[in-house]
Design a protein around this ligand. Structure first.
Ligand SMILES: C[S@@+](CC[C@H](N)C(=O)[O-])C[C@H]1O[C@@H](n2cnc3c(N)ncnc32)[C@H](O)[C@@H]1O
Length: 247
């Protein structure tokens, strides 16, 4: 790895090519995508008209599929700036593209949001993406999400929300690492193990970690209301928030 391609979230390398291993080492990850879909289904059932959904960090398409299956009337723009990941989604979800329900953008999340008009999107949905953002970038993304959501629009995010109790968070992360070792050494995939450990250092670094109370406060400062963090599974949780009807 050179300075031109430094260690970061690493989705272009082994992690991107072997992303399916995440289901084995961290079963909470597909479960949070499933819960994003359940929430979208609930929101769609309350709407009489089709929903226009923006997904940030579609990756290989696990969350994308969960969103698409939530309601057959919704249409989705899935954004991801890592071609190694997005190509897999484009292949497996081709049918939905042909049906006119799914389109892709290869922009990064902030650029994609900045290109959208204000008050234009019903729901912004995401899983395991926002925690990868550096703090300053995340703050800009949250502010842009607020701008592009319609009044009454929802943000639904299943993600790594670090526990406010730092000792408990460290323990939970240690359990997580132990599971990575157990599964990936048994499968003799030390290459994948190495990259997920490197990735985890990025997640836990001071300029990335998305701690629960700070995350909720940031959402409130951006103007969101009804901010709720629920469905917690160790270091993972579902955050929902609403742009108020009148500002
Ligand atoms: C851990 S994967 C999650 C994928 C999928 N949502 C899931 O849960 O399986 C995170 C994805 O976010 C994408 N990503 C990271 N930073 C991004 C950014 N700034 N803009 C757009 N996508 C980004 C990565 O390329 C990666 O595909």
């Amino acid at each position: 790895m050179s300075l031109a391609a430094p260690y970061d979230a690493l989705f272009s390398g082994v992690i991107g090519k072997e992303y399916d291993f995440l289901k084995l080492i961290c079963p909470a990850a597909p479960e949070m995508s499933r819960r994003v879909g359940v929430k979208l289904a609930e929101l769609a059932s309350q709407q009489s008209r089709p929903m226009w959904v923006l997904e940030l960090g579609g990756g290989t398409g696990i969350t994308t599929l969960s969103i698409l299956l939530a309601d057959e009337r919704l249409t989705l723009l899935s954004v991801d700036n890592e071609p190694t990941m997005q190509r897999q989604a484009q292949q497996s979800l081709q049918q939905w593209v042909e049906d006119g329900r799914l389109s892709f953008s290869g922009d990064d999340a902030l650029t994609a949001l900045q290109a959208l008009p204000a008050d234009s999107v019903d729901v912004i949905a995401s899983a395991y993406t926002v925690h990868n953002f550096a703090a300053a970038y995340r703050r800009q993304v949250i502010s842009e999400m607020f701008r592009v959501l319609k009044p009454g629009g929802h943000f639904v995010n299943g993600d790594r929300y670090a526990l406010d109790d730092i000792v408990a968070h460290t323990r939970a992360t240690q359990h997580e690492i132990a599971a990575y070792f157990k599964v990936l050494t048994a499968m003799q995939r030390l290459d994948v193990l190495e990259h997920w450990i490197l990735h985890l250092f990025n997640d836990e670094s001071e300029n990335h970690i998305m701690r629960e109370a700070v995350a909720i406060q940031q959402m409130a400062e951006a103007g969101f209301t009804r901010i709720e963090l629920h469905s917690r599974l160790e270091v993972n949780a579902l955050l929902t928030a609403v742009k108020p009807l009148s500002l």
